[in-house]
Ligand binder design. Structure first.
Ligand code: ADP
Ligand code: MG
Length: 399
């Protein structure tokens, strides 16, 4: 990675202004249901504290739409952080994210103390990347650290603007994400196999186009495979298809053929007579989908063929489930891919998972530990895989 990191700064007596991604899920009572994102930021926070810095943290939570929303305050996050970080002598929390009150709180911080600012999106200027807000934020620290990979595709005041006014470096989570994803994209060990699935082809056209010239094999599954199959003339019954993307799918198949890579579509599928876990179901070849039925998973032959590709790979990126994995009867194809990736990892391959639902599927299969890298940023990882530059990354100081 050609960006500076927190290792490039001498922190003694400095105040670190750290953008983290504490956008955690909360239940109706405001309790955190999954603190993975808080835990993911701990290595960076610990490093800064151990090296004599004080730490000012900022994050968004939810979509408050440019105003204060009581249920989206970061209070529960501050409480959890304090539990997870016994080495911090104090964890303070402000009621605002910038301005005089935040400045006063940041100014009185001592080394080994932590301050958590209020939800940055309560300030209407955040999402406009307002430079006056960015300058106010910059007053809260000596050095800016971006560890919020999940927000790096957004040019907001706390992710991009502020980096114009302070030395700006990557935290460990950001570094790990960039090393894994750019490493795979730019110098993959061959064979490089990618599996793309999920609901819609329209979400991932850019990813497929960018990968066509880089991978050895591209395996397509999930709802999006339906539109490719339609473009090849198959009948899809009541399956989810995107009529508006048939021409694009046709075009992508042509490009894949021309580029000489292995481009695989399902040969068999699991179909159901309703979108429901207890629907009637059967396995059919893709040329035998009856009217009134819908494709909800890849079939066993496809699962085996895809698994064989994955197991033979040295670099694998997977984005998007192979079926409606939320319903157990249609989780089989997705699980087969997760297991093949785990086997590839065991055999020394670099295995990377991106995308919120794909990550959930791997966790459901209890195989997260096996993967080389699980991306914490769904949207950000997709944009990176599309070959787009992430504003929050571009803004960091070069090595
Ligand atoms: P990710 O979050 O990993 O990027 P997506 O959000 O693109 O993945 O897609 C995940 C969704 O796709 C899941 O909710 C899953 O149920 C749905 N899906 C997968 N296969 C099908 C299918 N054949 N028909 C309808 N929906 C599907
Ligand atoms: Mg998703």
């Amino acid at each position: 990675m050609n960006k500076q990191t927190i290792r490039d700064i001498s922190w003694e007596g400095k105040r670190a202004l750290v953008r983290v991604d504490f956008n955690v899920p909360l239940d109706a009572n405001g309790h955190i249901t999954d603190d993975t994102r808080i835990r993911a930021a701990l290595p960076t926070i610990r490093y800064l504290l151990e090296h004599g810095a004080s730490v000012v943290l900022m994050s968004h939570l939810g979509r408050p739409k440019k105003k204060v929303v009581e249920s989206m305050r970061l209070r529960p996050v501050a409480e959890r952080l304090f539990e997870l970080l016994p080495e911090a002598t104090e964890v303070h929390k402000t009621e605002v994210c910038s301005g005089p009150a935040a400045e006063a709180a940041a100014g009185s911080l001592k080394p080994s103390q932590v301050l958590l600012l209020e939800n940055t999106r309560f300030d209407p200027r955040e999402e406009d990347n307002d430079l006056a807000m960015a300058q106010e934020l910059a007053k809260l620290g000596d050095v800016y650290v971006n560890d919020a990979f999940g927000s790096a595709h957004r040019a907001h005041a706390s992710t991009e603007g502020v980096a114009r006014y302070l030395p700006a470096v990557a935290g460990f989570l950001m570094e790990a994400e960039l090393n894994a994803l750019y490493g795979a994209l730019e110098k993959p060990q061959p064979p490089f196999v990618t599996i793309i699935g999920g609901a819609k082809i329209s979400d991932k056209i850019g990813v497929i186009e960018n990968l066509l010239n880089r991978v050895d094999a591209l395996l397509i599954g999930g709802g999006m495979a339906n539109t490719f199959l339609l473009a090849q003339g198959y009948k899809l019954g009541d399956s989810l298809v995107e009529q508006g993307s048939v021409a694009t799918a046709h075009d992508l198949i042509g490009k894949a053929r021309a580029s000489g890579i292995k481009f695989m579509l399902p040969s068999d599928v699991v179909i159901a007579d309703a979108f429901s876990a207890d629907a009637q179901r059967q396995v059919v070849s893709v040329d035998a989908i009856p009217d009134g039925w819908r494709v909800l998973d890849i079939g066993p032959a496809t699962g085996e063929a895809y698994s064989a590709e994955v197991k033979g790979a040295k670099t694998v990126i997977w984005n998007g489930p192979m079926g409606v994995f939320e319903m157990e009867p249609f989780a089989v194809g997705t699980r087969a891919i997760a297991q093949a990736m785990a086997a590839a990892s065991d055999a020394g391959a670099m295995t990377i998972i991106g995308g919120g639902d794909s990550v959930a599927a791997v966790e459901q299969a209890d195989l997260s530990e096996k993967m080389s890298h699980i991306s914490t940023g769904g949207g950000a990882s997709l944009e990176l895989l599309e070959g787009r530059e992430l504003p929050g990354v571009v803004a960091l100081n070069d090595k």
